[in-house]
Design a protein around this ligand. Sequence first.
Ligand code: PBE
Length: 295
Amino acid sequence: MRKSFKLLPLAAALVLLTAVLFGCGGGGGGGGTQGKIVGIEPGAGIMSATEKAVEEYGLDYQLQDSSSAAMAASLQKAINNKEWIVVTGWTPHWKFAKWDLKYLDDPKKVYGGEEHVATIVRTGLKDDMPEVYAMLDNFYWTPADMEAVMLDIQDGMTPDEAADQWIRDNQEEVNKWIPEQQAAEKGTVTLGYVEWDSEVASTHVVKNVLEDMGYEVNAVSVDAGIMWTSIGTGEYDAIVSAWLPGTHGDYYNKVKDKVVNLGPNLEGARIGLVVPAYVTIDSIEELNDVKDKFQ
Ligand code: PBE
């Protein structure tokens, strides 16, 4: 009895010593400290893609959870100090207009190629709200359109102000989305989205168009996983934030038999690892050689 009590602290000390000597959780091969990739919200498709990239390229890097806003703030800080930083990035995004950035080459194509953003609606919406369905089906814009809204929000407008401004600047285009047959009875439309800058922009444009048509709109911001399960259960009427075929492929496959895919609302989207242009590497394959620069 007494003997084992004495051994316990000794065992704990040994574990501690081992951890100190071998650097708890660090290393994984090349030695030294791991590099750091600044990520965004844990549920984002780009986060699972990056975990896959770390594995497939054997990167001695740690992917850090964060938020889209915190990622942008880290980028700003690093650029102010001319420090190296690698973040999970995507297009369309205002950061490319604000700073000189580049994607790292991805020869293994872990991040897929060009993507589109699709509009997904719940089963039954077409019968319940035909003109809402028609408007959502017609909704289509370009990366430049989306960036204009994102930049206005970044420059201080609220998402509703920026969306409203864009609609007024593009009223002719927007009028083409609105069906001629207007329902006598309007109702409430629920849109689900995630607080990603691109999705804040698109969701608020659609929200404001529907409001102009006389509907009440709830734009509900949630985690990506919840957005996808809730469109599957029909709790939301629509999402305009489905990044396909790659980024949200797994989420989509789980609900695709229960929802209606209205096809692309934007083409020319992309995800990957992004660095400031002054960073002198060009490929994900080079990251391990310079991990000390990405602390
Ligand atoms: N994003 C923006 C999302 C999709 C839209 C690239 C951050 C994601 O990774 O899931």
